[in-house]
Design a protein around this ligand. Structure first.
Ligand code: GLA
Length: 335
């Protein structure tokens, strides 16, 4: 049953050579990602100081996002001729699954070992307006230097689904300040521009000659400068990039001033790059530091935002009885 009743979340620590991943059951969220190197332990993921914050409204920090990552225009879509209305939670639009998204749910631990945990959630037919009962799992698995996130879901009616993880990274350490000195590379020749409400216009724009050409490592502080209309809409980067190729492949590389590197692979068609413009000091992180603008960067592997309303975007339809399966990996290294 969808519920926002705040139950105390359980915290699970997964351990592999060189890293520790802390996951909380509320929102099936990543709370900490500790990497060990010559400098000792550094937490490279933003997380709430108080685990209870995840149970009420975690502001999507580290959370599993569902049923639909990013925005659905006017909180509705038509599937096979039937219009479905989703609970709107950002003006007239639905963001990250609507009012009571998967990020606010108490997930159940289905299976657990020293280096993996599988969390499960049942989302009933009509949950937030989405058709079909959906059973979904997310599995976090750690290996030396690697985090692997696996999603699986089935529905009993045709529906739409786009799951992602909303971890904000700061490779110089959570709470160390803005990510402006990070270099970002994204394997994308195109992106999907938005209107002022951050809804895709439907255009798929070549990145060539735009601030969105991140095919070579680009200093974020530099990428975010300029008066490009799209950067104004996103108050920085808040855009879906069209990841080149298909299957499990390179999506993005983030390099901190510290020399720590994150390589992301995924089988999803898009990645939302969000430079965290909204942080205004109200979120207090695990180190006790209040997060300011650009305290972290989210790299959300996903179906395209609002794809159910754009027939030429890759389909996010999940047919009844089919299994949705998706993988994203984070590889952490240091120069
Ligand atoms: C996504 C959106 C952003 C913002 C964050 C959550 O990245 O694209 O606009 O809503 O989620 O704060």
């Amino acid at each position: 049953m969808p519920s926002s009743a705040p139950t105390t979340p359980t915290s699970i620590e997964l351990v592999a050579d060189g890293l520790v991943l802390e996951v909380v059951t509320a929102g099936a969220a990543v709370r900490r990602l500790l990497v060990t190197d010559a400098e000792g332990d550094t937490n490279v993921a933003l997380g709430h100081a108080d685990p209870m914050t995840y149970a009420a409204d975690g502001g999507y920090l580290g959370a599993t996002i569902g049923r639909y990552g990013n925005r659905l225009s006017r909180a509705r879509f038509t599937l096979d001729g039937v219009e479905h209305t989703i609970t709107a939670n950002e003006g007239d639009n639905a963001l990250h699954g609507g009012l009571d998204g998967f990020d606010r749910r108490a997930w159940t631990v289905e299976d657990q070992g020293p280096s993996h945990v599988r969390l499960a959630l049942h989302s009933p037919d009509g949950d937030q307006g989405f058709p079909g009962a959906l059973d979904v799992t997310v599995t976090y698995r750690v290996e030396p230097g690697l985090v692997r996130i696996g999603y699986s879901a089935t529905a009993d009616r045709d529906t739409v689904l786009s799951l992602t993880n909303h971890t904000y990274f700061n490779l110089d350490g959570e709470g160390s300040g803005p990510v402006d000195e990070h270099d970002l590379t994204v394997s994308a020749d195109a992106f999907t521009p938005t209107d002022a409400q951050l809804l895709p216009t439907g255009e798929v724009r070549d990145v060539t000659g735009t601030p969105f050409d991140l095919r070579r490592p680009t200093r974020l502080g530099v990428a975010l400068c300029g008066d490009d209309e799209q950067l104004v809409h996103g108050k920085g980067l808040d855009h879906n990039f069209v990841v080149r190729g298909t299957g499990l492949r390179h999506v993005a590389t983030l390099l901190g001033a510290s020399g720590r590197t994150l390589d992301i692979e995924s089988d999803q068609p898009g990645v939302q790059v969000y430079t965290g413009a909204h942080f205004d000091g109200t979120v207090v992180g695990t180190s006790g530091t209040a997060y300011g603008p650009r305290a972290g960067i989210a790299l959300e592997t996903q179906g395209f935002p609002d794809a159910p309303n754009h027939a030429h975007f890759p389909s996010t339809v999940l047919r009844a009885g089919e299994t949705y399966a998706s993988t994203t990996t984070w590889r952490l290294t240091r120069d």
